[in-house]
Structures are given as structure tokens and as C-alpha cells.
Design a protein around this ligand. Structure first.
Ligand SMILES: [Zn+2]
Length: 244
């Protein structure tokens, strides 16, 4: 089933596709953006290295929208999600999943609950990115529940709808965190391991965009991720290239 993070979800129709083509109907790669524009307030050291300029974002977005194998996600809940990203997505008929840091909602640099509602009304999906952006590795007991599970509930209460997706802050997680999310009924956990996604996989790897990335560098990283793992045969690699 296509999900809201799929760019051009549902675009493929008509006669049944041969199996090899059907294999790329679901996105193979998910891109993870953070802020767009100029970061005015770095929450963590190095955060600015993951912000992209507006022009660079639009270049990357145009490439991603044209690539049927690429899905889009936006982490941290920066105000640029609504000011820059959502209008650009709508102009291109694209959709994405947004993962706000729940404990930051409504502060000067982050989306408000109203902003999240606007994203949902625009056809986007919203998932949880934790309470405070503390990494989801090494957390146990009450602290794990507070950082990982409670913000999912809080978001559901705030939005009056089920929140099925989560994204691990800083891409860090461990078996315990994953087990906790799975037992809580979370349908998808997004991380930042630079790998293609296996169809139907519960843990979804993503490619984080850096400030100096271009469409060419991002595409090159995606293609490079296929080689060492030998996940796909030669024929499938050329298929993947056509999906990027
Ligand atoms: Zn984050």
C-alpha cells in the first residue's frame, strides 16, 4: 500500500507491471531533510551542517520528485517545514512525512500543533521524533518510555489521530528501543543508515541531506550503498538507476 511518504504515490496504474518493475514501485530510498534556509539557532553542535539553502532544497526536491524510487521525509519540526517545504511539495504534487520533536512544538523555531494540522490537511503525514531529541540508544525503563513512547501518545492526543511512524533522533537506536516501539504498535521506524529500503521492512533506512549535497552527490551515495551489500543483481542495479 502506498504511504504518505511516497513521492508520486499511486502514479503507477494500468496493466499489471512485470515483477522487476513492480519491485521499484515502492520507494527504495528515503531522503531525510532537516531545516531549509539559514539556521538561526543551532540546538545541537553541528546541526547547521544538515540545513540546506532554499535554492539547494528546490534543486534536490525537483530531482527527488522526478525519481519514482525516492520518498521524502523532514525531521525536527523546524518552521521551514511549513514556510518553505510544504508549499514547494504542493506545487509539485509531492507528499512527505514530517517528524517533529514533540517537546519543541510551539517554541520560536518549531512548528506549532496548528502547523502540524496544516501539514496533515495538505496531505502530508506526521510522525514522532521523540520528546527532546535525545538519542534512542541506551535508554531503559521510565526514561525510555518518556522519550520514545510518551511523545507518540502526546502527538496522537494533540492531532486526534493515530501516529504510526517514528524517526530516531540523530539516527541512533538499539534493539531495546525497537522492541519498545514494536510492542507499542508503531508501524514504521525511520533511521539514518544509508541503505536502500527492503520492501515492507519495519525499520526504514534513510539518507540524510547535508548542507553541501547536490542531486548528483545524493544520487551517488544511493548508488554506492547498493554495491558493498550486493543486495541487488546487475539487472536490478540498472533498474535502480532508472528509479533515481
Ligand atoms: Zn532530528
Amino acid at each position: 500500500m502506498p504511504h504518505a511518504g511516497d513521492v508520486r504515490a499511486g502514479a503507477r496504474s494500468g496493466p499489471v507491471d512485470p515483477p522487476s518493475v513492480r519491485a521499484v514501485a515502492a520507494p527504495l530510498f528515503t531522503v531525510c531533510f532537516h531545516g531549509v534556509g539559514v539556521p538561526t539557532h543551532e540546538r545541537e553542535p553541528g546541526e547547521a551542517g544538515y540545513w540546506v539553502s532554499r535554492d539547494r532544497f528546490l534543486e534536490l526536491l525537483d530531482w527527488a520528485v522526478a525519481a519514482p524510487g525516492v520518498a521524502l521525509s523532514f525531521d525536527d519540526g523546524n518552521t521551514s517545514d511549513l514556510d518553505v517545504v510544504a508549499p514547494a511539495l504542493l506545487e509539485r504534487g509531492a507528499r512527505a512525512t514530517f517528524f517533529p520533536v514533540v517537546g519543541r512544538l510551539g517554541d520560536a523555531w518549531s512548528l506549532s500543533a496548528q502547523g502540524l494540522e496544516e501539514l496533515l490537511e495538505a496531505g502530508m503525514d506526521v510522525g514522532t521524533h521523540g520528546l527532546t531529541h535525545r538519542p534512542w540508544a541506551g535508554l531503559r525503563g521510565a526514561l525510555a518510555r518518556e522519550e520514545v513512547l510518551a511523545p507518540r501518545r502526546a502527538l496522537e492526543d494533540l492531532l486526534g489521530r493515530r501516529v504510526d511512524r517514528a524517526a530516531a533522533p540523530l539516527g541512533r537506536y538499539d534493539r531495546h528501543t525497537l522492541a519498545l516501539l514494536r510492542s507499542d504498535g508503531c508501524a514504521e521506524v525511520n533511521v539514518s543508515d544509508q541503505r536502500p529500503a527492503r520492501p515492507g521492512a519495519w525499520v526504514r533506512p534513510r539518507f540524510s541531506v547535508r548542507a553541501d549535497d547536490t542531486a548528483a552527490s545524493l544520487r551517488a551515495r544511493m548508488l554506492a550503498s547498493l554495491a558493498p551489500a550486493r543486495r541487488v543483481r546487475n539487472g536490478a542495479v540498472s533498474l535502480v538507476k532508472r528509479a533515481l
